[in-house]
Design a protein around this ligand. Structure first.
Ligand SMILES: Nc1ncnc2c1ncn2[C@@H]1O[C@H](COP(=O)(O)OP(=O)(O)OP(=O)(O)O)[C@@H](O)[C@H]1O
Ligand SMILES: [Mg+2]
Length: 259
């Protein structure tokens, strides 16, 4: 299920503004890749190019390539909606659909894809997705209650359940723990470690301890100044990046000297 993504010479624009320049990166399957770097360096922008969410903003476009297991995600015949089905996304703030029940939330993505499934298959999918997101035991007795009635950490796990219910190959997470307390954060981190057996995970985080704890590989982005494009400075095994990075700016950032 898990897939690799190879990005080469990717430039990412908002209209004329070049926000991210020249990214070449291999994202390995069955692993967690962390994207780190100071605010405004283009981590979220880059992340959204991996499931073609970037281009929903008017004028936004990319140059270069992003290839998932041999398939160029930006080839003219590729349907962006199909890409988003294969590359799921979890956002910074948990965003369950407020009027929907827990169960309806889990099934929302599947229904959007116009898939017809039987009632018993739907129930199985709800259970397995909630199990996968490590939320089942907490909600199994109230599946018909509103998703918005859960705690922040539970809501974020609900959003993860919704994302994995469509059986994506890749899961993108943009600061998924920044609105969560330490206990919920650890629950999400444990979950990422489990999910990487099945999925390719890319996570943006400002939390260096989190990057060190959960990721296998780390990519450091930086920006030379306001109005300049963000760039990938270096990428490597997380242990190496945190103990002996090859670029001074990486070390300065990781050790908290800027950003
Ligand atoms: N919708 C948009 N339209 C125009 N410019 C944008 C848009 N979103 C982001 N940008 C610009 O693109 C650049 C990169 O922003 P981005 O949000 O990707 O940074 P980031 O690394 O995720 O920052 P943070 O750590 O604060 O989330 C910034 O200069 C930002 O102002
Ligand atoms: Mg961001």
């Amino acid at each position: 299920m898990s897939k690799r993504i190879d990005v080469s010479d990717l430039n990412v624009y908002y209209g004329d503004f070049l926000a991210v320049e020249g990214v070449t990166m291999a994202i390995e399957p069955r692993s967690v890749t962390a994207l780190i770097g100071p605010s405004g360096c283009g981590k979220s922008t880059f992340l959204r190019t991996l499931n073609r969410m970037h281009e929903v903003i008017p004028g936004a476009h990319v140059e270069g390539k992003a290839v998932m297991d041999g398939q160029d995600l930006y080839a003219p015949d590729v349907d962006p909606v199909a890409v988003r089905r294969q590359v799921g996304m979890v956002f910074q703030r948990p965003n369950p659909f407020p009027t929907m029940s827990i169960k309806e939330n889990v099934l929302a993505g599947v229904k959007l894809n116009n898939k017809r499934i039987s009632k018993s298959d739907a129930n199985d999918l709800v259970e397995s997705s909630l199990q996968g997101a490590n939320l089942w035991n907490e909600v199994k007795d109230r599946l018909d209650r509103p998703g918005s009635g859960l705690s922040g950490g539970q809501q974020q796990r609900l959003c993860i359940a919704r994302a994995i219910a469509v059986r994506p190959q890749v899961l993108l997470m943009d600061e998924p723990c920044s609105a969560l307390d330490p206990i919920s954060t650890l629950a999400i981190e444990d979950l990422m470690s489990e999910l990487k057996d099945d999925y390719t995970i890319v996570i943006v985080t400002h939390n260096m301890q989190q990057a060190a704890r959960v990721s296998d590989r780390t990519a450091f982005f930086n920006i030379a100044g306001t109005g300049k494009p963000g760039k990938l400075v270096e990428m490597g095994d997380t242990a190496t990046m945190f103990s002996s990075p090859s670029v001074q700016a990486t070390e300065d950032y990781i050790s908290g000297r800027f950003g």
